[in-house]
Design a binder for this molecule. Structure first.
Ligand code: ZN
Length: 249
């Protein structure tokens, strides 16, 4: 009996260990940096042929190939949960909002920031980039990318910047009055670029619809600096386009 109980306990301990085993750690530097993500367990990061981010070569963009009505962004203002996940600052709306693309609805899951930008335009990067990650009911992913240039202080992000959690795992909450009005945060005008890519962090999942605003938004030098104090460099370098088409509306 004792033996049976002993092996039962051993089995339980094993399964608890399996569940709590943390995923392979990854980072943006050295042995755990982007060049090693494939070896660290997420093979697609090194073998994938439709990876993100990419460099946008303006001469290669297929002009006006997407209907200008294809994308309809209609974000509601919602309170947010803010998390320092060790790779970026991530804000999650507490409630449902989203966009539609080609007649399909996508819910906003979270948004986060990179510095410098992950996407490049004619090999040039911006100081930062914001990613708004969406998911459709069938699991399909769409990421809206907004480039950030240095300029005026961004009032919409001021309250979020005041509570950026400094430690990994740190959390904060933004009530309705302090949460950014995402609809106002987005570039007022401008066109979009469209291509098929991947998540830019492990597991580098492909089949992600990317929509990039052509026009950047602005953050002040001190707002950019504040983010870089927490994350000096959290970008994945551009990946080969490998014959993929980039469209424009
Ligand atoms: Zn991102």
């Amino acid at each position: 009996m004792a033996r049976v109980l002993g092996s039962f306990i051993a089995a339980v301990c094993l399964s608890v260990q399996a569940v709590s085993a943390s995923p392979a750690h990854w980072s943006y530097r050295g042995d755990q940096g982007p060049d090693h993500w494939g070896e660290l367990g997420d093979k697609l990061c090194s073998t994938g042929q439709m990876q993100s981010p990419v460099n946008i070569d303006w001469r290669e963009v297929t002009s006006r190939s997407v209907d200008s009505d294809a994308l309809r962004v209609d974000y509601q203002v919602l309170p947010m949960e803010v998390l320092n996940n060790g790779h970026s600052i991530q804000a999650k709306p507490m409630g449902e909002t989203g966009l539609s693309y080609m007649g399909r609805h996508y819910r906003l899951m979270q948004f986060h920031f990179h510095t410098p930008s992950e996407h490049q335009f004619d090999q040039r990067e911006y100081p930062m980039e914001m990613h708004l990650v969406h998911q459709a009911d069938d699991g399909g992913l769409l990421v809206l990318g907004v480039m950030i240039e240095q300029g005026e202080a961004n009032d919409e992000l001021a309250d979020l910047w005041d509570v950026l959690p400094e430690e990994e795992g740190g959390e904060a909450r933004l009530g309705l009055l302090m949460a950014p009005q995402l609809q106002r945060l987005l570039p007022a005008t401008g066109h979009h670029l469209f291509y098929d890519g991947s998540l830019t962090t492990p597991p580098c999942t492909e089949g992600v619809k990317w929509v990039l605003y052509e026009q950047p938004i602005q953050l002040s030098a001190s707002q950019i600096q504040r983010f870089r104090e927490l994350f000096p460099d959290n970008h994945r370098p551009a990946r080969a386009l490998d014959g993929r088409e980039v469209d424009e509306d």
